[in-house]
Structures are given as C-alpha cells and as structure tokens.
Design a binder for this molecule. Structure first.
Ligand code: AMP
Ligand code: MG
Length: 325
C-alpha cells in the first residue's frame, strides 16, 4: 500500500478545513460555547468536522470516521444562531450544502473503531485557537491499531521566513514532510538527534492541567535540562519535535485525572509524524500507543514523544521519578 489516494484526499480536506477555521477566526474571533465537559467548542470546530467528514464519506464511504465533535449539542435551544453560523461557513466552502447535509456530515464522525478507520480532531487546541495561538486540524488513518497516515494543518505555526502556517504529513515507511499551508515545495522533516540534555528543549502544553508539571520539573532536574520548556497548544507540539525545534514531550496525567485516558484523535496524526521523522512515541512505560481499542488510548498511561536517541534515558528517568513519590 502506498496510500496515494488517501494522501491526496487527506491533504485536500485538511487544507479546506484549515481555511474555514482561519475565516471563522477573522470574522467572529472564535466565540465559544461550552460542551457537557465544560470544554469550549466554536463554529469552526463543527464546520471543520463537517468539511473533513464530507470528503471522507465521498471518497472512502466504507471507512468509519471517529471525530471529536457531535452535532447533538446543536439541538439545544439557544444554539440556533451557532447552528446557522456553522451552516453558513460550510456553505462558503461547499456551496451546494443544505442544512441537513451539514448536520449529517458532522455526525458522520460518530463511527466506531474498526480494522481500518479514520480519526480526526477538527480543531485540536481549541483554547489556543480562541487565544490566537497554536491549533491544529488533525486527520489520521489507522489500520490494525497502527497509524498509517497522518496530516496536521497548523495555520499559526511560525515559519523561518517570518510567515505562518504549515502542513505536516507522514505515511508509514515513506517519511515525514512539511510544506507551507498555502502550497509550495515539500521538505523532508528530521528530528534533531542531539542527546546532551543541557542543550535540549522539552515542549509542553500551554494548559497546565493537561500534564503534571511537578513531575515534569523533577524529571528535567534529574536529566540536567537547563533550558525552560517551550510551550505550545495542540498536536503542533509533535510537529515541533519532528522539525527538530524541540526534543521531547511528556504527557503525565495529574493525580486528579489519573484514570482519565487520552483521546485517539489527540495523538494519532502526531505520532506518525514524529516516528517518520526519526523519533519515537510510546506511553510513559515504554508501550506503543494502541489505537485499536476505541476512542481512548485505554491501554496506555500518558505519552512520551522524543527524538528517539534519548527515549530510553527518559523512560528510565520517568520510572525513577515514579518510584520516588
Ligand atoms: P494540549 O493543547 O496539548 O494541551 O491538548 C489539547 C487537548 O487536551 C484537548 O483536545 C483535550 O482533549 C485534551 N485534554 C483536556 N483536558 C485534559 C486533561 N485533563 N488531561 C489531558 N488532556 C486533556
Ligand atoms: Mg483535541
């Protein structure tokens, strides 16, 4: 399998979805409503999911799609205006879309994990999107529990020439590439294989409750890190490691969220991008992330992504830190 048809479709719809997000950000600044778990969601999250699902449904009607959003929330009274905005935004991208189409497309993302499936996060890092910081449109193809293709559109990712917006793409066995969001020459991505901890950068979430900073600081001290961690919302962190702009990323559940498992769509596309750029991704115990079990990484504990070279040293430091608590 060389996944050429999947790659072309994935790139096309991720770019279209990213465009919708940028348009929403420019027009209404990413006003948010709250989901049942109190996390924010915007017109752009729903609109981007509709676009991604429509493309997948048309091109690969037999593949289940598991997306973060669900249109049930939009049935709530008081949200008619939000629903109208979503429909309007999707119609700007797909002029023939009816209101019923838009809701059906969003709900196409309610599929079940199968031998082969797609998972997507229309906006990972919604809090970053609302703040005007980093966010990512994420799409991945999984077969037999392993990610085979991953695409991330990061409209706010800084480029060397001072402009913004990158797409990261990886296919199993074919390497990882980056290209400007608006199109241009793809460049091969490679991790930075440095291993001297005093010269390495850790990267972490902006949101302090998404990983245990106390444990992370203790690990940094144990390894002799000298630089302050870089901070970035969303799956864009995996892109930063794959590009060599950071060297590792740990996601350590806080004690109050100990039983909480990570969502498949929050990691799938990033995992393959780091791996195909020469890095490594496991959980905090060194186990590969298992994408075959449902919407959660229910058989894994936390996440560790590195440039590969330092992976075993980090796993050892994490185990030592765990035993010292
Ligand atoms: P990040 O920008 O890396 O912090 O990741 C954003 C993602 O974190 C969101 O898509 C959420 O699904 C996820 N998230 C929300 N709450 C938590 C939590 N308590 N622990 C870990 N991840 C979380
Ligand atoms: Mg997310």
């Amino acid at each position: 399998m060389n996944y050429q048809a999947e790659k072309e479709l994935a790139l096309k719809i991720v770019k279209q979805a990213a465009k919708l997000c940028q348009r929403v950000q420019q027009t209404d600044g990413g006003k948010a409503v709250k989901k049942a778990d109190t996390s924010p969601v915007t017109v752009a999250d729903f609109g981007a999911q509709a676009i991604l699902c429509q493309g997948l449904m048309e091109a690969f009607p037999n593949d289940p799609v598991i997306g973060e959003e669900d249109a049930t929330l939009l049935q709530k009274s008081g949200l008619e205006g939000v629903r109208q905005q979503i429909i309007k935004q999707v119609q700007q991208s797909i002029p023939t879309a009816t209101p019923e189409n838009v809701i059906d497309w969003i709900n196409w993302g309610n599929g079940q994990v199968a031998q082969r499936y797609w998972t997507l996060d229309p906006i990972d890092g919604t809090k970053g999107f609302i703040r005007g910081d980093q966010y990512a449109v994420a799409l991945a193809l999984v077969e037999a529990g392993e990610v085979k293709l991953g695409v991330l559109a990061c409209p706010a990712f800084p480029r060397e020439d001072g402009s913004k917006g990158l797409i990261f793409l990886a296919i199993r066995g074919q390497g990882a590439i980056e290209m400007p969001l608006e199109g241009g020459t793809p460049e091969v991505m490679k991790v930075d294989p440095s291993s001297k901890f005093e010269q390495l950068y850790r990267i972490e979430s902006v949101e302090s409750v998404h990983s245990d900073r106390r444990v992370q600081t203790a690990i940094d001290r144990r390894l002799g890190l000298t630089y302050t961690a870089k901070q970035m919302d969303s799956l864009a962190k995996y892109g930063a490691i794959a590009k060599g702009e950071a060297h590792f990323y740990t996601r350590v559940p806080l004690p109050q969220f100990e039983g909480k498992k990570e969502n498949i769509w929050d990691h799938a596309a990033g995992v393959i991008i780091v791996e195909e750029a020469g890095g490594m991704v496991t959980d905090l115990e060194g186990k590969p992330l298992d994408f075959s079990l449902g919407t959660k990484l229910s058989n894994n504990h936390g996440v560790l992504a590195t440039n590969g070279v330092i992976h075993s040293q980090l796993l050892a430091a994490i185990q030592q830190e765990k035993s010292s608590f």
